[in-house]
Design a binder for this molecule. Structure first.
Ligand SMILES: *[C@@H]1O[C@H](CO)[C@@H](O)[C@H](O)[C@H]1NC(C)=O
Ligand SMILES: *[C@@H]1O[C@H](CO)[C@@H](O)[C@H](O)[C@H]1NC(C)=O
Ligand SMILES: *[C@@H]1O[C@H](CO)[C@@H](O)[C@H](O)[C@H]1NC(C)=O
Ligand SMILES: *[C@@H]1O[C@H](CO)[C@@H](O)[C@H](O)[C@H]1NC(C)=O
Length: 640
């Protein structure tokens, strides 16, 4: 028959289990008392995860999840004295021990340590409740008496001091059973303090009813916490007398205390949270690094002044769905153009990605870009800002829903523009170019006037785009870069030797543009024999033959005003004059177009001039030729 006296709750409890085998073994003096000042060399009976360290520390649980440990004095003790006057009465006993619990979470259950008097060591399998209190239990886990762990001060105030059982600080416990008074007394204090006079807890119970002849004494501990460890540093026991005093100084040292105990919520939350945090931090770092690379921009001090015109690459990246092919509007000379929608404003933009390896001239160009951002004219594509990345310059423009003019001229799938539309576009582009040359605070040379750089807005207005971009390449240090950039057929002959862009070179390009729009032909084409045919020369030929009107685009629907068309062709020839000084200014061009001035007759001398083709051959050496855009392919065509 088993009788259990569960004796002390310490964050769990102390169990006293007593055996009643009706043994008649006589107690001996040696068997009635013992003392362990540390457990080195002691013959404790251990099971579960219990172990004794070389230094003599009894480790009941070692921080493994769901661990149990028991340690017993090797021999049983005679709790009855057959020679006593009353042989069935339980003997008085006294025990003291020093323990420490390295707990993590104050209110976690199954986290306790118990002093046990047990009839059979095998009974100790129950999980023990683990609140921060001390209790005396007999034969059940229900305490006869229990209270918060702590002690009453001896200074006369009797003030109660809480103790945290899991504080990692060593504490001493005294348990006494008075057989005559049939009372259990429990006292505890931090290690080093003398035994407090006022006990923490008392329980009236006659153990004669519970204990029998012999019992095991020892400690039991169980934990479900990964980080809880239970230690016993020293222990003494005596029957019928006070427990021998422990040599406090001689007790083994505890392992380093480590982090402070935390609350139960954190018990579950913390490991998960820490793992999550590590993961989150990892992800965050990964993301940041990736974003840094993905969205890396170049920014320098001198750009500070241009702040408002500076776009974040990230915004552009998102606006264009990561510069996806689906958003590609076109690709050509200076780079690819993507359609984008700015998230913040919902504004539609065109983002031009320009390859640019060299830093030379970039600062100038950016300042120009920014100042050009202030250019506002309804026949200019509004430049909104820029962004810089390694090797890349991104220019952000207003989005033009109707694309570039050359697609309207050459794309057979599109219905051809009628004459009033063409004239309206020509008129618009002329006024935009005049604004650049004359009406703004400084002269801006476009350098690349051509049909593919004219964009059509929602109201079919022609708008000049890409102004000044060619200039960026003037300063380039590429091996292949020369001082002339532009598009073959639009380049004024004098550029071949001066290399200097002037308003007059823009006028020459504008002349080629006029012919292109009216004839629906590119400025340079190949004939059947693979010879280069200059549009200017062809129109001149027609003019010489007195049939200039034959040069007009046959695709123009609904007929056209013959006078107006031949007037535009003549103006185109005038602008394409090989001599810069013989070309009109843009102001004059606008006046001619408005009818405010009468177009002068083309001088017969013009007829005798070296054709543009021959001038090209003489002025542009092979080196230059290789660098200009010969095919005149559209910058903005090829979109889907
Ligand atoms: C240790 O205790 C066991 C009984 O628990 C006993 O059999 C053994 O002889 C003891 N060993 C020593 C060295 O005392
Ligand atoms: C012996 O002790 C038990 C338990 O305290 C008690 O019930 C019993 O009466 C006692 N017997 C004598 C003869 O005193
Ligand atoms: C001791 O702890 C209990 C429970 O945590 C608390 O209610 C009490 O106020 C504490 N007493 C002192 C003196 O700290
Ligand atoms: C529990 O212990 C306290 C403190 O010693 C004591 O005052 C109280 O009377 C005890 N309660 C019972 C039921 O023994």
């Amino acid at each position: 028959m088993l009788l259990l006296l569960q004796h002390l709750y310490l964050g769990a409890m102390l169990l006293l289990t007593m055996i009643t085998h009706g043994s008649t073994a006589a107690p001996t003096g040696d068997r009635d008392r013992f003392i362990y000042n540390g457990f080195a060399g002691a013959n404790l009976t251990l099971d579960g995860v219990a172990a004794v360290t070389p230094a003599g520390l009894l480790v009941l649980t070692n921080g493994c999840l769901q661990s149990k440990g028991h340690a017993f004095h090797p021999s049983t003790l005679p709790f009855r004295d057959p020679n006593a006057r009353n042989a069935t009465a339980a003997r008085s006993f006294s025990t003291t021990f020093v323990f420490a619990i390295y707990g993590q979470y104050a209110d976690l259950s199954s986290n306790g340590l118990a002093f046990v008097v047990a009839a059979d060591r095998a009974v100790l399998s129950n999980a023990m409740p683990g609140r921060n209190h001390v209790g005396v239990d007999v034969n059940s886990l229900k305490s006869i008496n229990a209270t918060d762990a702590g002690y009453y001060e001896d200074d006369g105030t009797e003030q109660f001091q809480n103790l945290s059982l899991i504080s990692r600080k060593p504490m001493q416990v005294w348990v006494d059973y008075d057989g005559a008074a049939t009372q259990v007394t429990v006292t505890m204090a931090p290690l080093g303090l003398p035994r407090p006079k006022t006990p923490l807890l008392q329980a009236s119970i006659d153990l004669s009813d519970v204990v029998r002849a012999k019992a095991h004494v020892g400690f039991s501990s169980a934990t479900s916490s990964l980080v809880s460890r239970h230690f016993v540093l020293g222990w003494s026991f005596a029957l019928d007398g006070p427990a021998p005093a422990l040599n406090i100084a001689g007790l083994p040292a505890l392992p380093p205390a480590g982090p402070k105990p935390r609350s139960k919520v954190l018990e579950i939350v913390l490991p998960v949270a820490s793992a999550a945090l590590v993961l989150a931090v990892g992800i965050a770092i990964y993301t940041l690094v990736r974003r840094r690379i993905k969205y890396a921009e170049l920014r320098e001090d001198w750009e500070l002044a241009f702040g408002p015109h500076r776009f974040a690459y990230k915004d552009l990246f998102h606006a264009t769905s990561g510069f996806s092919d689906k958003k590609l509007l076109g690709a050509g000379g200076f780079g690819s153009v993507y359609k984008g929608v700015l998230r913040k404003t919902g504004m539609e933009v065109a983002v031009k990605k320009v390859s640019h390896e060299s830093k030379q001239g970039l600062k100038e160009f950016i300042s120009e870009v920014v100042s050009m951002g202030r250019l506002r004219h309804r026949n200019l594509v509004q430049l909104l800002g820029y962004c810089r990345r390694k090797g890349k310059l991104l220019l952000i423009y207003d989005y033009m829903p109707n694309g570039s003019l050359d697609r309207h001229l050459y794309d057979q799938s599109k219905s051809a523009l009628d004459w009033p539309q063409r004239f309206h576009i020509i008129r618009g582009v002329a006024s935009g170019l005049l604004y650049l040359h004359d009406d703004w605070e400084q002269v801006v040379i476009h350098r690349d006037v051509k049909a593919s750089n004219v964009l059509i807005d929602g109201e079919m207005n022609g708008r000049l785009g890409d102004f000044g971009l060619a200039r960026l390449y003037d300063h380039g240090s590429h091996a292949h870069t020369t001082h002339v950039m532009g598009t073959m057929g639009y380049l004024a002959p004098e550029l071949g030797h001066t290399g200097k862009a002037t308003p007059a070179t823009d006028v020459f390009s504008f002349g080629a543009f006029l012919l292109e729009v009216t004839c629906g032909r590119r400025p340079v084409e190949k004939d059947g024999l693979n010879n280069r045919v200059m549009l200017v020369d062809w129109v001149l030929d027609n003019w010489r033959k007195g049939s200039i009107i034959h040069a007009v685009d046959t695709r123009i629907p609904d007929g056209y005003n013959l006078d107006e068309a031949s007037f535009v062709l003549k103006l185109g020839l005038l602008c394409s004059h090989p001599l810069p000084s013989a070309r009109p200014t843009m102001r004059q061009v606008v006046q001619y177009l408005d009818g405010a001035m009468v177009l002068p007759n083309l001088s017969p001398a013009y007829l005798g001039f070296t054709t543009i083709e021959r001038m090209y051959n003489s002025e542009f050496n092979q080196n230059v030729m290789s660098c200009v855009s010969y095919t005149a392919m559209s910058d903005l065509s090829g979109g889907r």
